[in-house]
Design a protein around this ligand. Structure first.
Ligand code: APR
Length: 250
Protein backbone atom coordinates (compact mmCIF):
# COMPACT_ATOMS: atom_id res chain seq x y z
CA UNK A 1 0.00 0.00 0.00
CA UNK A 2 2.81 2.37 0.93
CA UNK A 3 4.50 1.81 -2.43
CA UNK A 4 1.24 2.53 -4.26
CA UNK A 5 0.67 5.70 -2.23
CA UNK A 6 4.23 6.90 -2.85
CA UNK A 7 3.89 6.13 -6.58
CA UNK A 8 0.58 8.00 -6.84
CA UNK A 9 1.91 11.02 -4.91
CA UNK A 10 5.08 11.11 -7.04
CA UNK A 11 3.03 10.72 -10.21
CA UNK A 12 0.83 13.66 -9.25
CA UNK A 13 3.79 15.80 -8.25
CA UNK A 14 5.73 15.10 -11.44
CA UNK A 15 2.82 15.29 -13.90
CA UNK A 16 3.29 18.14 -16.35
CA UNK A 17 1.32 21.11 -15.14
CA UNK A 18 -0.80 22.25 -18.06
CA UNK A 19 -2.89 24.87 -16.34
CA UNK A 20 -0.32 27.54 -15.55
CA UNK A 21 0.31 30.31 -18.09
CA UNK A 22 3.93 29.13 -18.34
CA UNK A 23 2.94 25.55 -19.21
CA UNK A 24 0.51 26.78 -21.89
CA UNK A 25 3.05 29.25 -23.25
CA UNK A 26 5.85 26.68 -23.49
CA UNK A 27 3.60 23.96 -24.96
CA UNK A 28 2.31 26.31 -27.66
CA UNK A 29 5.79 27.70 -28.33
CA UNK A 30 7.12 24.18 -28.97
CA UNK A 31 4.83 23.91 -32.00
CA UNK A 32 7.06 26.47 -33.71
CA UNK A 33 10.53 25.48 -34.88
CA UNK A 34 13.76 27.09 -33.77
CA UNK A 35 12.78 28.64 -30.43
CA UNK A 36 14.27 28.17 -26.99
CA UNK A 37 10.85 28.26 -25.35
CA UNK A 38 12.13 28.55 -21.77
CA UNK A 39 14.24 31.53 -22.82
CA UNK A 40 11.29 33.10 -24.66
CA UNK A 41 9.19 32.70 -21.50
CA UNK A 42 11.95 34.40 -19.49
CA UNK A 43 12.02 37.35 -21.91
CA UNK A 44 8.21 37.54 -21.68
CA UNK A 45 7.80 37.38 -17.90
CA UNK A 46 10.41 40.02 -17.13
CA UNK A 47 7.93 42.55 -18.59
CA UNK A 48 5.45 42.29 -15.70
CA UNK A 49 6.83 40.13 -12.86
CA UNK A 50 7.13 42.09 -9.61
CA UNK A 51 5.40 45.11 -11.15
CA UNK A 52 2.16 46.93 -10.51
CA UNK A 53 -0.12 45.36 -13.23
CA UNK A 54 -1.29 48.83 -14.24
CA UNK A 55 2.28 50.04 -14.81
CA UNK A 56 3.37 47.79 -17.68
CA UNK A 57 3.87 49.88 -20.83
CA UNK A 58 4.01 48.19 -24.28
CA UNK A 59 7.82 48.72 -24.38
CA UNK A 60 8.17 46.38 -21.39
CA UNK A 61 7.64 43.56 -23.89
CA UNK A 62 10.52 44.65 -26.16
CA UNK A 63 12.80 41.81 -24.93
CA UNK A 64 10.06 39.29 -25.81
CA UNK A 65 9.69 40.81 -29.30
CA UNK A 66 13.47 40.67 -29.80
CA UNK A 67 13.66 37.05 -28.59
CA UNK A 68 10.79 35.99 -30.89
CA UNK A 69 12.71 37.52 -33.83
CA UNK A 70 9.71 37.56 -36.18
CA UNK A 71 10.95 37.96 -39.75
CA UNK A 72 9.21 40.11 -42.38
CA UNK A 73 6.64 38.02 -44.22
CA UNK A 74 5.59 39.08 -47.70
CA UNK A 75 2.08 38.66 -49.12
CA UNK A 76 0.84 36.44 -46.30
CA UNK A 77 0.02 38.69 -43.39
CA UNK A 78 -3.64 38.89 -42.42
CA UNK A 79 -4.90 41.68 -40.17
CA UNK A 80 -8.42 41.84 -38.77
CA UNK A 81 -10.85 43.80 -36.63
CA UNK A 82 -14.14 42.57 -35.12
CA UNK A 83 -13.86 39.33 -37.10
CA UNK A 84 -11.91 37.17 -34.63
CA UNK A 85 -13.81 33.89 -35.16
CA UNK A 86 -14.32 34.20 -38.92
CA UNK A 87 -10.73 35.13 -39.68
CA UNK A 88 -9.24 32.32 -37.59
CA UNK A 89 -11.62 29.71 -39.01
CA UNK A 90 -10.39 30.87 -42.41
CA UNK A 91 -6.62 31.00 -41.76
CA UNK A 92 -6.74 27.65 -39.97
CA UNK A 93 -7.68 26.02 -43.26
CA UNK A 94 -5.73 28.28 -45.61
CA UNK A 95 -2.70 28.22 -43.31
CA UNK A 96 -0.11 28.32 -46.08
CA UNK A 97 -1.83 31.35 -47.60
CA UNK A 98 -2.46 33.69 -44.68
CA UNK A 99 -1.14 34.20 -41.17
CA UNK A 100 -2.78 36.22 -38.42
CA UNK A 101 -0.68 37.27 -35.43
CA UNK A 102 -2.38 34.49 -33.45
CA UNK A 103 -1.05 31.96 -35.99
CA UNK A 104 2.56 33.06 -35.28
CA UNK A 105 4.69 32.47 -32.20
CA UNK A 106 4.17 36.16 -31.27
CA UNK A 107 0.45 35.79 -30.64
CA UNK A 108 -0.23 32.07 -30.34
CA UNK A 109 1.56 31.62 -27.00
CA UNK A 110 -0.77 34.00 -25.09
CA UNK A 111 -3.95 33.85 -27.16
CA UNK A 112 -6.98 33.77 -24.84
CA UNK A 113 -4.94 34.01 -21.62
CA UNK A 114 -4.95 36.51 -18.74
CA UNK A 115 -1.84 37.17 -16.68
CA UNK A 116 -0.22 39.76 -14.44
CA UNK A 117 2.34 40.24 -11.71
CA UNK A 118 2.24 41.87 -8.31
CA UNK A 119 4.68 44.20 -6.57
CA UNK A 120 6.96 42.23 -4.27
CA UNK A 121 6.15 38.85 -5.89
CA UNK A 122 8.00 36.73 -8.47
CA UNK A 123 4.81 34.89 -9.47
CA UNK A 124 2.49 35.08 -12.47
CA UNK A 125 -1.17 35.47 -11.47
CA UNK A 126 -4.23 34.64 -13.55
CA UNK A 127 -6.94 36.17 -11.37
CA UNK A 128 -7.59 39.73 -10.23
CA UNK A 129 -5.63 41.14 -13.15
CA UNK A 130 -6.75 44.54 -14.47
CA UNK A 131 -8.81 44.50 -17.69
CA UNK A 132 -8.28 46.55 -20.87
CA UNK A 133 -10.43 49.38 -19.62
CA UNK A 134 -9.21 49.47 -16.01
CA UNK A 135 -5.96 51.26 -16.75
CA UNK A 136 -3.99 52.28 -19.85
CA UNK A 137 -0.81 50.30 -19.15
CA UNK A 138 -2.42 47.01 -18.11
CA UNK A 139 -0.34 43.84 -18.50
CA UNK A 140 -2.50 42.13 -21.14
CA UNK A 141 -3.49 45.16 -23.24
CA UNK A 142 0.10 46.40 -23.46
CA UNK A 143 1.18 42.98 -24.69
CA UNK A 144 -1.33 42.95 -27.56
CA UNK A 145 -0.48 46.53 -28.47
CA UNK A 146 3.24 45.73 -28.61
CA UNK A 147 2.81 42.44 -30.46
CA UNK A 148 0.47 44.06 -32.99
CA UNK A 149 3.04 46.80 -33.65
CA UNK A 150 5.73 44.17 -34.28
CA UNK A 151 3.40 42.23 -36.57
CA UNK A 152 2.59 45.37 -38.59
CA UNK A 153 6.32 46.18 -38.84
CA UNK A 154 6.82 42.76 -40.45
CA UNK A 155 4.21 43.48 -43.14
CA UNK A 156 5.54 43.37 -46.68
CA UNK A 157 4.16 43.13 -50.23
CA UNK A 158 0.41 42.59 -50.48
CA UNK A 159 -1.32 42.79 -47.11
CA UNK A 160 -4.89 41.69 -46.30
CA UNK A 161 -7.31 42.81 -43.58
CA UNK A 162 -10.58 41.07 -42.75
CA UNK A 163 -13.11 43.60 -41.47
CA UNK A 164 -16.72 43.22 -40.31
CA UNK A 165 -19.47 44.14 -42.78
CA UNK A 166 -22.23 43.66 -40.20
CA UNK A 167 -21.35 46.80 -38.22
CA UNK A 168 -21.61 50.51 -39.00
CA UNK A 169 -17.93 51.30 -38.52
CA UNK A 170 -15.73 48.44 -39.74
CA UNK A 171 -12.66 50.71 -39.52
CA UNK A 172 -12.94 51.93 -35.94
CA UNK A 173 -10.32 54.51 -34.86
CA UNK A 174 -10.08 52.97 -31.37
CA UNK A 175 -9.29 49.45 -32.65
CA UNK A 176 -5.76 48.06 -32.61
CA UNK A 177 -5.96 47.69 -36.38
CA UNK A 178 -6.69 51.42 -36.88
CA UNK A 179 -4.74 52.95 -34.01
CA UNK A 180 -1.55 50.87 -34.28
CA UNK A 181 -1.26 48.55 -37.27
CA UNK A 182 -2.34 50.65 -40.26
CA UNK A 183 -0.21 53.57 -39.06
CA UNK A 184 2.90 51.38 -39.12
CA UNK A 185 2.58 50.02 -42.68
CA UNK A 186 5.78 51.17 -44.33
CA UNK A 187 5.35 52.26 -47.96
CA UNK A 188 8.85 51.11 -48.87
CA UNK A 189 7.80 47.55 -48.03
CA UNK A 190 4.01 47.32 -48.26
CA UNK A 191 2.70 47.39 -51.84
CA UNK A 192 -1.03 47.08 -51.26
CA UNK A 193 -3.75 46.62 -48.65
CA UNK A 194 -6.82 44.58 -49.55
CA UNK A 195 -9.80 44.90 -47.24
CA UNK A 196 -12.02 41.82 -47.22
CA UNK A 197 -15.33 43.02 -45.81
CA UNK A 198 -17.13 39.95 -44.46
CA UNK A 199 -20.87 39.73 -44.02
CA UNK A 200 -22.56 37.03 -41.94
CA UNK A 201 -26.25 37.71 -42.39
CA UNK A 202 -27.42 41.18 -43.26
CA UNK A 203 -24.82 43.37 -44.91
CA UNK A 204 -25.03 46.64 -42.98
CA UNK A 205 -21.95 47.90 -44.69
CA UNK A 206 -20.27 47.62 -48.08
CA UNK A 207 -16.96 48.82 -49.46
CA UNK A 208 -18.53 52.28 -49.93
CA UNK A 209 -18.67 52.76 -46.13
CA UNK A 210 -17.43 56.13 -44.82
CA UNK A 211 -15.02 54.62 -42.29
CA UNK A 212 -13.20 52.91 -45.17
CA UNK A 213 -12.56 56.35 -46.67
CA UNK A 214 -10.76 57.18 -43.43
CA UNK A 215 -8.74 54.00 -43.80
CA UNK A 216 -7.58 55.05 -47.28
CA UNK A 217 -6.52 58.44 -45.92
CA UNK A 218 -4.41 56.73 -43.25
CA UNK A 219 -2.40 54.76 -45.81
CA UNK A 220 0.94 56.26 -46.78
CA UNK A 221 1.24 57.40 -50.41
CA UNK A 222 2.38 54.51 -52.57
CA UNK A 223 0.30 51.84 -50.84
CA UNK A 224 -2.52 50.72 -53.15
CA UNK A 225 -5.95 50.15 -51.60
CA UNK A 226 -8.49 47.49 -52.63
CA UNK A 227 -11.77 46.40 -51.06
CA UNK A 228 -13.89 43.29 -51.64
CA UNK A 229 -17.35 42.51 -50.25
CA UNK A 230 -17.66 38.80 -49.40
CA UNK A 231 -20.08 36.61 -47.47
CA UNK A 232 -19.03 34.24 -44.72
CA UNK A 233 -20.46 31.34 -46.75
CA UNK A 234 -18.22 32.28 -49.70
CA UNK A 235 -15.22 32.23 -47.37
CA UNK A 236 -16.19 28.85 -45.90
CA UNK A 237 -16.62 27.31 -49.34
CA UNK A 238 -13.30 28.69 -50.48
CA UNK A 239 -11.33 27.65 -47.39
CA UNK A 240 -12.68 24.11 -47.46
CA UNK A 241 -11.58 23.71 -51.08
CA UNK A 242 -7.80 23.15 -51.12
CA UNK A 243 -7.73 23.46 -54.92
CA UNK A 244 -8.48 27.18 -54.80
CA UNK A 245 -5.32 29.29 -54.91
CA UNK A 246 -4.29 31.81 -52.27
CA UNK A 247 -6.07 35.10 -52.78
CA UNK A 248 -8.60 33.61 -55.21
CA UNK A 249 -11.25 33.56 -52.46
CA UNK A 250 -12.19 37.18 -53.21
N1 APR B 1 -11.37 45.45 -24.49
C1 APR B 1 -11.28 44.11 -24.46
N2 APR B 1 -10.62 43.39 -25.37
C2 APR B 1 -10.05 44.03 -26.37
C3 APR B 1 -10.08 45.43 -26.50
C4 APR B 1 -10.80 46.14 -25.51
N3 APR B 1 -10.90 47.47 -25.54
N4 APR B 1 -9.41 45.79 -27.61
C5 APR B 1 -8.99 44.66 -28.15
N5 APR B 1 -9.34 43.60 -27.41
C6 APR B 1 -8.99 42.21 -27.66
C7 APR B 1 -10.12 41.26 -27.63
O1 APR B 1 -9.62 40.00 -27.22
C8 APR B 1 -10.57 41.21 -29.05
O2 APR B 1 -11.13 39.97 -29.42
O3 APR B 1 -8.45 42.18 -28.93
C9 APR B 1 -9.27 41.43 -29.79
C10 APR B 1 -9.45 42.18 -31.07
O4 APR B 1 -10.22 43.32 -30.89
P1 APR B 1 -11.05 43.94 -32.11
O5 APR B 1 -11.68 45.20 -31.62
O6 APR B 1 -11.94 42.90 -32.72
O7 APR B 1 -9.96 44.27 -33.22
P2 APR B 1 -8.70 45.16 -33.11
O8 APR B 1 -8.70 46.00 -31.89
O9 APR B 1 -8.53 45.86 -34.40
O10 APR B 1 -7.52 44.09 -32.94
C11 APR B 1 -7.24 43.12 -33.93
O11 APR B 1 -4.91 43.53 -33.65
O12 APR B 1 -4.28 41.61 -32.56
C12 APR B 1 -4.04 42.43 -33.67
O13 APR B 1 -3.16 41.70 -35.78
C13 APR B 1 -4.30 41.66 -34.94
O14 APR B 1 -5.15 42.89 -36.83
C14 APR B 1 -5.50 42.34 -35.58
C15 APR B 1 -5.93 43.42 -34.62
Amino acid sequence: ILIVVVAVVLGLALRPNTDTPKATFVARCKEFKGYDCEKLWGAFEQAYVGRDPCAVPPEAYDPFITAADFKPACNRLMFWSKTKDVVHAFTEKKRDCFLTVEDTVLGSVLNGLTWCGKEGSTETFTTDCPGWRDCVNNTVGSFWNRVSAAFADAACGDVTAMLNGDIDTPFNPTSIFASIEVKRFDSSRVKSLTVVLVTRKSAVTTCTNASLEDLQKELKPGITYNCKDVTEVQLQECSSNPEIACGACW
